[in-house]
Design a protein around this ligand. Structure first.
Ligand code: G1P
Length: 300
């Protein structure tokens, strides 16, 4: 079967980015000039996804508005002759047909995915988490879809992470590997370094078979007292083979401030319109002596 549907959970409170997220969803925070969720939706589109559902919560209307048409703005841009910008704005609403469902209670990632059950039906589907953005020649979701085409079973996107951050991720244990494709033996959600079976972390991209929904319905709360997708995948693995694809591409953890800043700098350097000026600024800035940098840090 082909993978044509995707689920993007976006119901979190975004507490790590307060106060910026007090009155706007964290998914709308921009990297350069583009909301983070747009990078995720674009990845889905470039991977061949045709139907998309975003699982939202309270205060998420801005996301719906972002992927909708904005006639007043389009008219204003047209009048001002700003055709390039007009095209940019129109392209967003023409990207793909986006559906929405609300997660009424914050009961965890597993529960958020369960909210998409009716939309997905009996097909394999992709999951893309908004805290992980990847710059890759071939979109990560596409890499996973290709692995799925070969194996016809659940495939999870992984990369190796440092010891210090193992406790922040779902970690996989594998029995064998065929180049970048590992056969999973076990999955643990956010283990301590001592408990972790490896350093291979689940990094926000999945292709999952629809059998997961019945399992999610019966999955009790796990780590953090939340219904964990990782726990449901562990149960699913007892019924079907499961693979982890070590995807290629640079991944940014934009769920934390440092990762967000790294993405901002590197995405800006990848942009034709600002690369040269920004590079010049960065080089000059970093050439200042350390005392000067200290002064900037304490100025105000
Ligand atoms: C979720 C998953 C975890 C995964 C991580 C990737 O955790 O539960 O298994 O490794 O995303 O970013 P969260 O970061 O939402 O707590």
């Amino acid at each position: 079967m082909e993978v044509k549907k995707a689920v993007i959970p976006a119901a979190g409170l975004g507490t790590r980015f307060l106060p910026a997220t007090k009155a706007q969803p964290k998914e709308m925070l921009p990297i350069v000039d583009t909301p983070t969720i747009q990078y995720i939706v674009e990845e889905a589109v470039m991977s061949g996804i045709e139907d998309l559902i975003i699982v939202t919560g309270r205060h998420k209307r801005a996301i719906e508005d972002h992927f909708d048409k904005h006639l007043e703005l389009e008219l204003a841009l047209e009048r001002k002759g700003k055709h390039g910008m007009l095209e940019t704005v129109q392209d967003i609403s023409n990207l793909i047909n986006v559906h929405y469902v609300r997660q009424k209670e914050a009961k965890g990632l597993g529960h958020a995915i369960l909210c998409a059950k009716t939309f997905v039906g009996n097909e394999p589907f992709a999951v893309l988490l908004g805290d992980d953005i990847v710059r890759a020649k071939k979109p990560v979701t596409k890499q996973l879809i290709e692995a799925f085409a070969e194996k016809q079973t659940t495939v999870i996107g992984v990369q190796e992470v440092e010891d210090e951050v193992v406790h922040k991720y779902g970690i996989v244990d594998y029995s064998s590997s065929d180049e970048d494709l590992y056969k999973i033996r076990n999955l643990v959600e956010k283990p301590s370094l001592e408990e972790a079976p490896s350093n291979i972390a689940i990094l926000g991209r999945y292709i999952i078979t629809p059998e997961i929904f019945d399992i999610l319905e019966d999955t009790p709360p796990g780590k953090g007292n939340e219904i964990q997708l990782t726990d449901a995948l562990q149960t699913l693995m007892e019924q079907e083979e499961m693979y982890a694809q070590a995807f290629s591409g640079k991944r940014y953890d934009i769920g934390n401030k440092l990762g967000f800043l790294e993405a901002t700098v590197e995405f800006a350097l990848a942009r034709d319109d600002i690369r040269e000026d920004f590079k010049k600024y960065l080089i000059e800035f970093l050439q200042q002596d350390t005392d000067m940098l200290e002064e900037i840090a304490v100025a105000e």
